[in-house]
Design a protein around this ligand. Structure first.
Ligand code: NAD
Ligand code: WQD
Length: 342
């Protein structure tokens, strides 16, 4: 059973590829290596014992995408991770984001109808909820979609609409959109993990790079939020729990277990932690004192959001199992292993 993983050398994609292989799926990756490295294939092979098939081209190119699918008639499902994901950059370069994230999706959907590929799993994001009102916390899939706060967030909202409309229009297409909360951590082997190019935007890689001495000091953005310690709350989810949910989603489609032809699930733990909670967990598991300072709020940050995972737990039979300490310790192990070997 062959599955196409777009963006499969990226952070979430690489962990999902390993899980798919370990469940017996054959994997082909397409990744243009815009935000990942070819060496990830070696790491995947070391972990799973199998090197996935790999092609490098830009999925936003319609001709190349069609040409790819015309050569691969045995793909039974697609997990579509490939996208640009830097929120700040999307504000500065919106067209880059709309073109890449939407053109690639439309090219894939077009090829799915042309070459009769029925199943799509799409990477969506909790960003579609914005700051949920108090009565919608924890946030379920039924919560209202707020106007997107960035072009990046808007690409996820529009993408969900494009998928929904395509499914209504073309018989035989099925899709599952997974709305991730905050994925963090790394594979237990520490051979793959999050590898941001340049200065990280996200909290966890900033913490581990600071602890390793690559960054001088972590800036904690704001301590005047209405939370237990004044810092914002997020639903951090271990990357391995997230990866496993993709295997469950693709199996649900292949085994014809879907209740509707387009389903949407939250992927979160259901527990929110503040920035200081994450730092405390990191300090506990690493035995280090992290150099950090509290500064002003970061523009566009929401105060608090965490998932209601009831629907995914009940319908998918999937539940996030790993705790915050597992997330911080695996992220730290990955950072040290990666730096020692590079
Ligand atoms: P990532 O940048 O590590 O991986 C994405 C991969 O896609 C990269 O390897 C990149 O080279 C590739 N890519 C991008 N555009 C491409 C194109 N046009 N053609 C071919 N390859 C292309 O990102 P990630 O963290 O693994 O995120 C995967 C998906 O999950 C993205 O769609 C992202 O928006 C979504 N998501 C991520 C998070 C998060 O915090 N990491 C949260 C919610 C949703
Ligand atoms: C987490 C918390 C920061 C860095 C982003 C995207 C979202 C989704 C997940 C893709 C916040 C604080 C961070 C730092 C800090 N991605 N922080 N100092 O902003 O919740 O979500 O990734 O869909 O769309 O917006 O994640 O890791 O950037 O921040 O204090 O140097 O850590 O203020 O409270 P965020 P993050």
């Amino acid at each position: 059973m062959k599955i196409l993983v777009t963006g499969g050398t990226g952070y979430i994609g690489s962990h999902t590829v390993v899980e798919l292989q370990q469940k017996g799926f054959e994997v082909i990756i397409v990744d243009a290596l815009f935000n990942s490295r070819i060496e990830v294939l070696d790491a995947i092979e070391k972990i799973s014992g199998t090197r996935p098939e790999f092609e490098s081209f830009d999925l936003a190119d319609r001709r190349l995408t069609d040409e790819f699918f015309s050569r691969h008639h045995d793909i039974k499902g697609i997990i579509h991770f490939a996208a640009h994901k830097a929120v700040g950059e999307s504000v500065e370069q919106p067209i880059k984001y709309y073109r890449n994230n939407l053109d690639s999706l439309m090219n894939i959907l077009e090829s799915m109808t042309k070459y009769n590929i029925p199943n799509l799993v799409f990477s969506s994001s909790c960003t579609v909820y914005g700051q949920p009102d108090a009565e919608h916390l924890p946030v379920s899939e039924k919560a209202p979609i707020k106007k997107a706060e960035s072009p990046y967030g808007n690409t996820k909202q529009i993408a969900e609409e494009i998928i929904s409309e395509s499914i209504n229009a073309y018989k035989g297409l099925n899709a599952i959109a997974l709305r991730y909360f905050n994925p963090v951590g790394a594979h237990d082997s520490a051979m793959i993990g999050e590898l941001p190019l340049g200065v990280p935007n996200n909290l966890m890689p900033y913490i581990t790079q600071t602890a390793y001495g690559i960054r001088e000091c972590l800036k904690v953005f704001g301590s005047d939020y209405p939370t237990h310690d004044g810092t914002p709350i997020r639903d951090y989810i271990h990357i391995m729990d997230l990866a496993k949910a993709h295997v469950v989603a693709i199996e649900r489609m292949i085994n014809a277990k879907m209740k509707k032809s387009f389903e949407i699930f939250n992927l979160g733990t259901g527990t929110g932690y503040s920035v200081l909670d994450v730092i405390k967990s990191f300090e506990k598991v690493s035995g280090l004192k992290l150099n950090y300072e509290i500064v002003g709020r970061r523009a566009g940050d929401i105060e608090m959001v965490w998932a209601d995972p009831t629907f995914s737990n009940d319908e998918l039979g999937w539940k996030a199992e790993r705790c915050l300490d597992d997330m911080t310790s695996s992220a730290w192990k990955w950072e040290q292993t990666y730096r020692k070997n590079s």
